[in-house]
Design a protein around this ligand. Sequence first.
Ligand code: CDV
Length: 314
Amino acid sequence: MSRRLVAAAAQLGPIHRADSRASVVRRLVDLMRQAAGRGCELVVYPELALTTFFPRWLYDSQDEIDTWFEREMPGPETRPLFDEAKRLGIGFHLGYAELCEEDGRTRRFNTSILVGPDGDIVGKYRKIHLPGTAEPVPDAPFQHLEKRYFEVGNLGFPVWRTHGGILGMCICNDRRWPETFRVMGLKGVEMVVLGYNTPDFNIHVDEPKHLRMFHNHVTMQANAYQNGCWVVASAKAGFEDGFGLIGGSCIIAPTGEIAAVAMTEDDELVTCEVDFSLGDYIKRTVFNFEKHRRIEHYGIITEQTGAIASPDNE
Ligand code: CDV
């Protein structure tokens, strides 16, 4: 099987509160057709790709919150995307808010799926590093209430042999954490696909604006290199009902270099021919885990969550 694949990060411009699922799915289908025209075999859509970034608001009722969630995948509104993928023979990654009945109760996750070129779901991931707060931040221009609306994902960081390589998923804030990538790196991951909604303003601290994009790229570039894997990252961008989201969708090579990057803050396809084997030399040499990792010194990483300042020499 070929170790090459043309991948696309399908960036989405703003989705406003009033936009219907049907209108968003039409945009996704349009991007998928463009991808087919460029010979793409895998299209990566953003986090929560079917709706506006709803955790920026506090809602009065659970019924209102639940209007942002999908109860089935595919459902009647998302079916056209799956049908088009099958017709074109293209796989895709899609982020959405998932409402399910599990362990005898209703549960809500920030979820992504990987769909094969036959239109069947290959794998599912549920976001683990939920950012923001459970309670509203007083006087903030908008909220980030992921900790209120979602549970922490319970599926770990699996990888799948699909599309001719070993693929894994994470979602938005997960990309900033080395642990996310190292867990998948230890499973031999060759490509991590992810979506993100990153506000262009930090509600918690006064921070220069340019750092939003710098931190977006630098974390993914470092994690790609340190694990010898590709990263295909797709943003929601532009002003949603007046609230800015950074774009910067990109495809990052295992060398840590940005191979392709978005030029706009709108719907845009960012494509690149990916050679899954490119990371092999990194995995064989500088990041040869078997040879160089010193796990006898890493225990604290899984034993302790927060930092505790140690006395000297400890
Ligand atoms: N949707 C996100 O996870 N956003 C975070 C913001 C809040 C920092 C991110 O990592 O981009």
